[in-house]
Design a protein around this ligand. Structure first.
Ligand SMILES: [Fe+2]
Length: 258
């Protein structure tokens, strides 16, 4: 029987960021993913009586690393971050690069380099825990804006995430789900699975609950940005047809101005 080692706690930050506080009770290790702010993390740790052993950063944006300095000062945690960002994130102890296997919260974790949103962006995949920390690369029903990389890079990055098993639970960096759902519905109006997801999303948001995590298997069929090579999807929608890279780019630009 599969037994989860980790408890993943969701901490809200700023207006729509998520910080993930990962607890491995068996090994007495606590790690945090993308602490954009320190205060809510410190509050949570204090309430549980936990020490913060590790900080993990997916990319250099301030809303993902803004809490690093204070947390490092208080807890003397180890900081894990992308090798590409070694000059953009201060005090990284463990630089990680594509396909590297590391330990996060005491479990085996694969680093997946996903350039696009930023050039150095990495995602963290825990196969045994069936979970992925996708930062600002993949969101529920969406994907990150392409700031530093190219559209082709972002599409390739999303394809790598799409290759992961269907039962993977995805923990992304923001609660953008409701606005992503509006866009998804706009360009894919006749998708029953999407409609079902939207009902569930509305219910959760009305109760003030996070829509995170979401399951990758369903996402492969309802997130338009994962379907730029799906001929049936492409044929069904009213956008200029071309190769997957161009089609992805057209969708991303359309969403930027949606
Ligand atoms: Fe970002």
């Amino acid at each position: 029987m599969w037994v989860k080692m980790l408890e993943i706690n969701i901490i809200e930050a700023f207006s729509d960021n998520y910080i993930y506080l990962i607890r491995n009770e068996t090994k007495n290790i606590t790690s945090v993913v993308d602490p954009g702010e320190s205060a809510p993390v410190i509050r949570f740790l204090k309430s549980k009586g936990w020490h913060l052993d590790e900080i993990v950063n997916t990319h250099h944006h301030h809303d993902h690393i803004g809490g690093n300095t204070e947390l490092l000062e208080i807890y003397k945690s180890k900081l894990i971050g992308p090798v590409y960002d070694q000059n953009r994130i201060s005090n990284i102890d463990i630089l990680v690069s594509d396909n590297e296997l590391i330990n996060v919260a005491g479990v085996k974790t694969k680093v997946i380099h996903t350039p696009g949103h930023t050039l150095g962006h990495v995602c963290f995949y825990m196969e045994d825990e069936k979970c992925l920390f996708s930062g600002d690369t993949m969101f529920y029903l969406g994907c990150g804006r392409v700031f530093e990389g190219t559209m082709d890079q972002m599409w390739s990055s999303l394809l790598r995430l799409r290759f992961l098993p269907n039962d993977t639970l995805v923990y992304c960096g923001h609660e953008y789900t409701s606005s992503n759902a509006k866009f998804a519905k706009h360009i894919d109006p006749n998708n029953k699975l999407l409609d079902d997801a939207i009902v569930e999303i509305k219910n959760k948001r009305e109760k003030g609950l996070p829509t995170i995590p979401f399951e990758l298997g369903t996402e492969k069929n309802i997130n338009p940005f994962l379907r730029a090579d799906d001929q049936k999807f492409i044929d069904s929608i009213n956008l200029k047809k071309s190769n997957p890279e161009k089609f992805f780019s057209t969708m991303r630009l359309k969403k930027d101005n949606f």
